[in-house]
Design a protein around this ligand. Structure first.
Ligand SMILES: Cc1ncc(COP(=O)(O)O)c(C=O)c1O
Length: 396
């Protein structure tokens, strides 16, 4: 007879997640099983959305014979780090390769920095709303999250105050922010650095969408990679920059007061040496992958701009409005509060097959926002947006 084992006490509290699927996820699965069409406005995987990649160049870069040798370096191979320096040089920022650590994606970079800075139970402050990955990354490092708020009045404003930063070890800035697309402005950066200095906090700047501006704005701060004021960790990677999430390659650039940077580098080196997680073929390919990145990025940017314009036009004179999008891959819709965000999402899926994110998924307050990816192909996007607007109009 099979013995029934109880999992009680067997697993860590840290992984005790609520794995129950919500109603929206169940409906989506049922619809797919029945073979009914789904117009998915949550898709943000550029490799599946009709973007043309320079396949020959990418594959030949990945078959460098040097990859047959193992030459571990906790910071990553110098040739790869120099390619990252070149990326910043083109932005007018000088970065020394010794201050760069290659990682297996930006998510891993976060996790390394949390371990570097925080004891179990200590906290970092992150924006609210925010993309949900940060919650998981913090939990698996036993780090608590404090929140600072983004406010919207025709544009997004970032509001980190002493109260929200008190007792924390670091402030996370997502520049531009996911999903609002708001870029960090010079004034906001000045305030954050002051708070970081006064409270002895580090700054973690996630810049994965920084090369996706939808409009120009001379108030923007730009990249923090060359900053000298607070201890700063700037994160980016191939996932968004080159539209290559499958390569699993990101990086951390350290900047700030020299004594803190040296101490951080020495500790980070041991942390990275413990895992040596970035594979050699992708490190060796990095210079070429960075060279081809612009061609992929310009297609993605074109797609994002075109879909954003479609969304703006479709919602003109309608009961829903699009919040100002400065950059990134997402747009936020404000919908009438006659139903909650989840109820709208369910109704749209049931009646039209359009699948999108209810705002609560990103921790928006007020249940009046829906979030859409601007990456789906233009035809699907146009059809979906018109269906969405007509359902909302009919429901008034
Ligand atoms: C703002 C932001 N940062 C980091 C990541 C993680 O990127 P990576 O694929 O490099 O781990 C994501 C993923 O969507 C993201 O949206």
């Amino acid at each position: 007879m099979p013995v029934a084992f109880s999992s009680l006490g067997m697993f860590s509290r840290r992984t005790n997640w609520d794995r129950q699927r919500n109603r929206l996820a169940e409906l989506l699965e049922a619809r797919r099983e029945e073979g009914r069409p789904v117009y998915d406005l949550t898709l943000a995987n550029p490799t599946e959305l009709g973007i043309e990649y320079p396949a020959g160049e990418l594959l030949s870069a990945l078959s460098n014979p040097q990859a047959l040798r193992y030459q571990p370096d906790p910071k990553g191979l110098l040739s790869g780090r120099e390619a990252v320096c070149q990326y910043y040089r083109e932005k007018g920022i000088r970065v020394d390769p010794s201050r760069i650590f290659l990682t297996a994606g930006t998510s891993e970079a976060y996790s390394l920095i949390f371990k570097l800075l925080c004891n179990a139970g200590e906290s970092v402050v992150v924006p609210k709303p925010s993309y949900p990955l940060l919650d998981y990354l913090a939990q698996v490092s036993d780090v608590n999250l404090g929140r600072y708020h983004l406010h919207y009045d025709h544009e997004w404003h970032l509001n980190v105050d002493h109260e929200s930063a008190k007792g924390a070890k670091a402030i996370v800035v997502v520049n531009p922010h996911n999903p609002t697309g708001a870029f960090l402005k010079r004034r906001e950066h000045r305030d954050i650095v002051r708070i970081a200095q006064e409270n002895r906090l580090a700054l973690i700047a996630d810049e994965v969408f920084i090369d996706y501006p939808l409009v120009e704005d001379d108030r923007r701060f730009g990249s923090t990679a060359g900053d000298a004021e607070a201890l700063t960790f700037t994160l980016n990677g191939l996932s968004k920059l080159a539209g290559l999430p499958q390569m699993k390659l990101g990086w951390i650039v350290l900047a700030g007061p020299p004594s803190l940077v040296t101490e951080a580098m020495e500790r980070l080196e041991i942390l990275c040496d413990t895992f040596l997680s970035v594979n050699s073929p992708v490190q060796l390919a990095l210079p070429e992958l960075m060279r081809t990145a612009g061609r992929v990025r310009s297609q993605i940017l074109q797609r994002v701009k075109s879909n954003c314009e479609t969304l703006r036009k479709a919602t003109l004179d309608s009961p829903c409005s699009v919040l100002n999008v400065e950059g990134g891959w997402y747009a936020i819709l404000r919908v009438p509060q006659i139903r909650s965000d989840e109820e709208w999402a369910i109704q749209l899926l049931e009646q039209t097959g359009v699948y999108l994110f209810p705002g609560y998924f990103f921790d928006f307050v007020g249940h009046k926002y829906l979030v859409v990816s601007l990456l789906p192909d233009e035809q699907t996007f146009t059809y979906s947006v018109h269906s969405l607007v007509s359902i909302i109009e009919q429901s008034r």
